[in-house]
Design a protein around this ligand. Structure first.
Ligand code: ANZ
Ligand code: ZN
Length: 874
């Protein structure tokens, strides 16, 4: 018997499968479809354990569904545009394309080594002109729908290199990654996608996504951030209308001042000459701060009075108009009515600048006074000092003050109920080279003109210099920039910005089903057939942006008549992290490499002598806790790596890498190997005279037809174990993907087979074949090898999934506990189907009961069906 040697079988089968086209997507339309999608990687060049985990999870799902008779689409591609390629170009003088494609081919072969069943015929790379041609086309769809527009926005500006920086190129101290200069904020004309038009749909359609983790739906809802409230119009002394957004219009009678954001367009007009210089100084300082800093709680409040007043529309009172940086320009209307008695930030501001505080919500059984309050009161109570609202309970519920206030505002023409969203329009332009060029030509006569369809793609020029300095690389290439206007022929200029790479990944799942189409981004009929994705697998780090943008794209393309569904991803699985063991010095915070530790059971820092803490953290180079997928595959084979990852933790939980557990899975596969080899050889010899697949073992494949009857007791028990495993594993793989418990069931079945005394029985052969099939999606190579060893010529991966024979599950004997006066005397076997009365008869006539009851009078018999019989004797 050969030993289990993964290196001898894994590559062999990977080649054979590729030659057979085993993972090619079936186009048998009589089968139901199943679209399995794993988030495509950025081609950094190296596969890490996190990748191995996602792709293995998605692969098992795809393989199970194939065996279950679905036509499965399990594609793979590369999210290949982005900054690292450009940084590599600057640092190492290698073209971004070359760097990217090298990485892709390296990672592709690493994935193949894992035995992932991707349909490589549909491979795509977002940096390829065949792909970004359609990214550009989709941009123009948005443009034509009025959903792509330009406006000024702030960017990170490196004053030394004279270049725009991506957020990732600014370190936590706010300095440039290259020049070290303090990064400035600068206004530039930028492209935006109007995702805010879809805010409400993106929020309400979350309800459809019952197959998503609740946590992710909540994160999206918070990101969209809907607030219900009202817009109220104040009028300035000069007659200008100043509109505010408030979630508490009921507190309007308590508004004692107004605050505008420093960038509010009316600030200049409202500023009196005496205040002009103070206002200008304040505006300049605010421009330097980020929104995060401005909004941060506990910040000392700052601000300047404009010198002007507005009229509170409900009571005609004069309220001073201030500017302050805690009011953001792009939230609500960029202006607020300040209610210091009931809003904490307004309270701090009023205290600092000595502005009046007026109570309008009075808590039950208390009498607050503005002058003596030490903090804003934000709780419930009743409305006071508020004319029409007096006496109404304060709050947002139906029948309370907020609803009453909105009605009052609308009836009196002073405002209206409205919703506000935290979601902002999506800034999509980047001043970088390695991205899809925005297909627009700027003409002095015609404005922004779309590049005609026939001229797509707008290709990235290849002869380009990367210095990381000056204007964006494309803007420096005059020959590329200068073109005639497609509409009027006047000399015009190409847009030199490229698109955010999140755009590339917002539609890639629409391309896979029709990946070779050179006439369209996708054929709508094909997309509508395959989508929505049945199971998406990926990291929680994409819970907000990628998923929200993909949902947005789907809705826009639906509204353009190209798709007939609302949501792209029916079910979502967010896999947990892969964590490695670290040895951390709690005093210095430093990590110590395990090979430097003398005694790993009692780890001590070799330099300082401190006792080290053992903790599991996300694998990373700096913590010396990474495990390279290639090393594990070399040592144990891909099947063991897959089994370990699937067994160690449920897919959505974090996974602690433990070498001992990897060993454990390797041993299990060895056990299965020996089980099959020991019995399989005999069977194969028997079969040689028969027709190719008509052997004795196969005859048991349809157990209903071929089960020899009657079965002996051990045969019955083994069959029950077999069909119990099929049932349990099929359930584990239904929707919640309990791979770990599925593997436990396989282990139980393997033990049952090992222990079975009926190794010559067809039931045993049925058990062996069942085990191999159950194992196939998890450990595809060993399963294929063993399957062929049994004499099969077709792949185990094309076998139909197993069907439970319900009759095999029926238990025909149970164990009954016999008690006398509540004390257990022993157990007897009884027929499982017996009634209460029959059980009692059975017990009474048993030798055990007879012995213990001898001569005693039975007063009462208590029968707990399926469990015990208690004789109460006198
Ligand atoms: C008066 C008031 C009274 C408010 C009160 C709150 C409590 P959310 O829930 O986050 O939407 N606000 C409005 N626009 C703002 C801006 N551009 N920058 C900073 N703050 C702004 O918050 C809405 C509340 O935040 C609004 O309701 C407004 O203050 C403030 F007892 O108006 B409120
Ligand atoms: Zn023109």
């Amino acid at each position: 018997m050969d030993r289990y040697t993964p290196a001898q079988i894994e590559e062999k089968w990977q080649k054979a499968w590729a030659e057979q086209g085993l993972h090619r997507t079936s186009n048998d339309l009589s089968k139901p479809k199943f679209y399995a999608l794993s988030m495509f990687p950025y081609p950094s060049g190296n596969l890490h354990m996190g990748h191995v985990r996602v792709y293995t999870i998605a692969d098992v799902i795809a393989r199970v569904r194939r065996m279950q008779g679905f036509r499965v689409l399990n594609p793979m591609g590369w999210d290949a545009f982005g900054l690292p390629a450009e940084n590599a170009a600057i640092a190492r003088n290698i073209h971004p394309a070359e760097w990217t494609y090298q990485n892709i081919s390296q990672m592709r072969s690493q994935l193949d080594q894992l035995g992932i069943s991707f349909d490589w015929d549909r491979e795509l790379a977002t940096c390829s002109p065949d792909y970004y041609r359609w990214t550009q086309w989709i941009f123009l769809e948005f443009f034509k729908a009025g959903l792509a527009y330009q406006k000024e926005a702030t960017v990170n500006w490196d004053p030394i290199d004279q270049t725009v920086l991506a957020n990732e190129q600014v370190d936590s101290a706010g300095k440039s990654w290259r020049s070290g200069a303090v990064v400035e904020r600068k206004l530039l004309r930028q492209w935006f996608f109007k995702i805010t038009d879809y805010a409400e749909q993106l929020l309400t359609d979350l309800d459809q996504l019952t197959g998503w983790p609740e946590k992710v739906r909540l994160m999206q809802a918070n990101w969209i951030g809907k607030s219900t409230g009202a817009q109220v119009t104040f009028t300035t002394e000069g007659g200008d209308q100043l509109v505010v957004f408030t979630t508490r219009p009921d507190t309007l009678w308590g508004a004692t001042f107004m605050v505008l954001s420093p960038e509010h367009p009316l600030v200049e007009k409202l500023t009196t000459p005496e205040q002009a210089s103070a206002i200008a100084t304040y505006q300049a300082a605010a421009a330097k701060k980020s929104d995060m800093d401005r909004m941060a709680e506990g910040q000392e409040k700052t601000g300047v009075w404009t010198g002007s007043y507005a009229i509170n529309p409900v009571n005609g009172e004069q309220v001073p108009i201030w500017i302050a940086d805690y009011v953001l320009v792009d939230y609500g209307t960029g202006a607020i009515m300040a209610v210091p008695a009931h809003d904490p930030r307004d309270f701090e501001f009023a205290k600092k600048f000595n502005l009046p505080i007026k109570v309008v919500v009075q808590p039950e059984g208390e009498t607050l006074e503005g002058a003596t309050m030490t903090a804003a009161y934000t709780g419930g109570g009743v409305m006071v000092n508020s004319e029409a609202l007096n006496g109404i309970p304060a709050g947002k519920a139906a029948g309370q003050s907020v609803e009453a206030a909105v009605q009052w505002l609308e009836a009196n023409g002073k405002g209206k109920g409205t919703n506000n969203y935290r979601l902002r329009d999506w800034l999509i332009s980047r001043q970088r080279y390695w991205g899809a060029p925005i297909p627009i030509i700027h003409c002095p006569n015609c404005g922004a003109v779309p590049v005609p369809d026939a001229d797509l793609p707008v290709k990235l020029p290849e002869d380009i210099a990367f210095s990381g300095k000056g204007a964006s690389p494309l803007a420096q290439l005059e020959s590329w920039v200068n073109v005639p206007c497609p509409t009027c022929g006047t000399p015009a200029k190409r847009e030199t910005d490229t698109m955010d790479t999140f755009i590339d990944s917002s539609w890639y799942f629409l391309r896979y089903p029709d990946a070779k189409n050179d006439q369209q981004a996708f054929d709508p009929a094909i997309a509508n057939d395959w989508l929505p994705v049945d199971q998406y697998v990926g990291g929680i780090e994409h819970a907000i942006l990628h998923l929200l943008y993909s949902r947005f794209f789907t809705k826009v393309l639906r509204d353009r008549g190209l798709l007939n569904f609302d949501e792209p991803f029916k079910r979502l699985l967010t896999q947990g992290m892969v964590q490695g063991k670290t040895y951390k010095n709690p005093r210095t915070g430093k990590y110590v490499l395990s090979i430097h530790i003398a005694d790993l059971t009692n780890p001590v820092d070799p330099e300082t002598g401190d006792a080290l803490e053992v903790v599991y953290e996300k694998m990373s180079k700096s913590k010396y806790n990474g495990v390279a997928p290639g090393d594990v595959v070399d040592k144990y084979g891909a099947d063991t790596a897959r089994m370990f990852i699937l067994f160690k933790a449920p897919p959505e939980k974090d996974l602690e890498w433990e070498d001992a557990d990897v060993e454990g899975q390797f041993r299990f596969l060895n056990r299965v190997w020996r089980l099959v080899m020991e019995q399989g050889t005999g069977n194969r010899e028997q079969r040689t005279g028969e027709e190719p697949t008509g052997n004795s073992a196969l005859k048991t494949q349809n157990p209903k037809l071929k089960t020899p009857s009657p079965l002996s007791k051990p045969e019955k028990e083994l069959r029950r174990a077999i069909h119990f495993a099929i049932q349990a594993i099929t359930e584990d793989l239904a929707e919640e993907y309990q791979f770990n418990t599925a593997i436990s069931e396989m282990m139980k079945l393997s033990n049952a087979l090992t222990d079975a005394p009926c190794k010559e029985s067809p039931v045993y052969a049925e058990g062996i074949e069942t085990l191999i099939k159950l194992l196939a999606p998890f450990a595809p190579h060993i399963a294929e090898e063993l399957w062929h060893h049994l004499g099969h010529v077709e792949s185990v991966h094309t076998q139909p999934w197993l069907v439970v024979d319900e009759s095999a599950l029926i238990v025909d004997e149970i164990t009954l506990v016999i008690q006398i006066l509540g004390k257990t005397k022993g157990t007897i076997q009884a027929p499982a189907q017996a009634t209460k009365e029959e059980l009692e008869q059975y017990a009474r006539s048993s030798d055990l009961a007879k012995r213990h009851l001898d001569g005693k009078e039975i007063k009462k018999v208590i029968v707990v069906p399926g469990k015990l019989i208690n004789f109460v004797v006198g």
